[in-house]
Write a new protein. Structure first.
Length: 217
């Protein structure tokens, strides 16, 4: 496999030059900016501080993908999101669900096979969705944890409930990018960045607020 094989999967990219997707690349700054703000706000909570740094990493990895546009950059982009998801699940289970370290870690690792299963089912029903199929697992997890936390932590439960359809909208925008290139030359992928930069930052902030109310650290 050629890890440096160039990819062209979004409307904005017309060539394989470094700066062929300026809007898709620059909208990743929202992850970096909000992640930096969160890292300052949450510095007294090691878990939330680490999640804030992961938001920054997602922005940087995605920027690299939308500039170099090759397989290894795509892998870095996916792994950064997966790492954030696993870390978030681990912290929520450990801190809000009162699950021990080992079981919290096991549940977090299970995100990988769970996402593959949901992706497989989604592809069978709806198709590849321009590589968006595995993100459906996050929508499901938002709703599951919203339900599980409804009595323990109602604030973050409500946040997760509303974040689920917001994520679904962003997945749709990511999925349809290449379908409307003739009508929307810029594509819709950049909206995925903007929505998810806000969404992931909101996840960290609500976790931090909930932790401040329920825990001493």
């Amino acid at each position: 496999m050629d890890w440096f094989q160039p990819l062209n999967i979004y409307c904005e990219r017309q060539t394989f030059s470094f700066w062929s997707e300026p809007v898709n690349a620059l909208t990743n700054l929202i992850f970096v900016a909000l992640g930096l703000i969160l890292s300052v706000k949450t510095k007294d909570d090691w878990f939330c501080f680490f999640l804030s740094l992961e938001v920054i990493v997602i922005g940087l990895a995605s920027f690299i993908f939308h500039t170099f546009a090759n397989l290894i950059a795509a892998l870095a982009d996916i792994l950064s999101i997966l790492l954030f998801g696993m870390t978030y699940i681990f912290v929520v289970n450990l801190r809000l669900m009162n699950v021990n370290y080992l079981l919290s870690l096991i549940i977090a690792i299970c995100l990988i096979p769970f996402s593959f299963c949901i992706s497989f089912i989604t592809i069978i029903i709806f198709g590849e969705l321009n590589g968006s199929s595995w993100y459906i697992s996050f929508v499901i997890l938002f709703l599951v944890y919203s339900y599980l936390l409804r009595n323990r932590c109602p604030d973050i439960s409500i946040a997760l409930f509303y974040f689920a359809p917001l994520l679904a909208v962003s997945i749709i925008l990511r999925s349809i990018d290449h379908n409307f290139c003739n009508n929307i030359p810029l594509g819709t992928h950049f909206l995925w960045h903007i929505i998810n930069g806000i969404l992931l930052s909101g996840l960290v902030w609500y976790l931090y607020r909930t932790s401040k109310i329920n825990f001493k650290f």
